[in-house]
Design a protein around this ligand. Structure first.
Ligand SMILES: Nc1nc2c(c(=O)[nH]1)N[C@@H](CN(C=O)c1ccc(C(=O)N[C@@H](CCC(=O)O)C(=O)O)cc1)CN2
Ligand SMILES: NCC(=O)N[C@@H]1O[C@H](COP(=O)([O-])[O-])[C@@H](O)[C@H]1O
Length: 217
């Protein structure tokens, strides 16, 4: 915590940064007792970097293509993150699979937002996969990050109906609106010391959340 008792947060992005913006808005409104110490992107010239700059948040670009291995990229990323001494690392549309060394280093203090009702549809292209499967519902999950891709303990989920004429784009837009609610809420719970991870279990106020987490209606 810094002198004004705000939780230091570092946010990792790869693109638009609308989830980053939702967290920035919560910080600026006073709803979230946090200070975003840095935003780090693996891609240059993305809108998320503009959003950070507009909020006077320091930014870094660490291009994964400039490293000889995933491990080398992750080590540079860790060194940059740790300069800011965050209590929480937030993956907000960060599109790189992280090594076990990296995820272990931040275990219990790194969260990700994933556009599916985990454990369904880990990985990419989740909206189209849900439509192709004929699912009646889809949604988003916030989870602690572990070495298992999108397999960490789920904290909170939001569910949306899949309509008859749904496309991946329309479904993504519906889900994104709920992402912008459940992600800041998760950050707030963590900043208020209400959210913890024990073993492979997320706890809210000391009570274990079930495998689908807190259901956001
Ligand atoms: N070890 C972990 N790493 C990451 C996790 C995690 O839970 N454990 N969450 C992801 C976020 N994510 C989905 O929510 C995700 C991100 C990226 C990929 C992926 O396949 N990336 C490819 C490149 C894809 C691209 O550049 O478009 C890759 O890294 O080779 C899958 C899921 C963040 N990391
Ligand atoms: N596998 C990770 C993944 O697909 N994450 C998804 O990327 C989008 C980022 O949007 P944003 O940059 O506007 O926050 C969000 O929908 C998030 O769930």
């Amino acid at each position: 915590m810094n002198s004004t008792n705000l939780m230091s947060v570092v946010v990792l992005i790869s693109g638009s940064g609308s989830n980053l913006q939702a967290i920035i808005d919560g910080m600026q409104s006073g709803q979230l007792p946090i200070q975003i110490s840095a935003v780090i992107s693996n891609k240059a010239d993305v809108k998320g970097l503009e959003r950070a700059a507009n909020a006077s948040i320091p930014t870094h670009v660490i291009n994964h293509k400039e490293f000889s291995s995933r491990e080398a990229f992750d080590r540079e990323l860790m060194a940059t993150i740790d300069q800011h001494k965050p209590q929480l690392v937030v993956l907000a549309g960060f599109m790189r699979i992280l090594t076990e060394e990296f995820t272990n280093h931040y275990l219990g203090r790194m969260i990700n937002i994933h556009p599916s009702l985990l454990p369904k549809y880990q990985g990419l292209h989740t909206h189209q996969r849900a439509i192709d499967a004929g699912d009646s519902h889809h949604g988003a999950s916030v989870h602690f990050v572990t070495a298992e891709l999108d397999g960490g303990p789920v904290i909170v989920q939001a569910k949306v109906a899949i309509d008859d004429q749904e496309t991946a784009d329309t479904l993504a837009a519906k889900v994104l609106k709920f992402e912008h609610q459940i992600f800041p809420q998760t950050v707030q719970w963590f900043a208020e010391h209400r959210l913890t991870m024990e073993g492979n279990q997320a706890l809210l106020d000391g009570k274990p959340l079930d495998k689908t987490g807190f259901q956001w209606n």
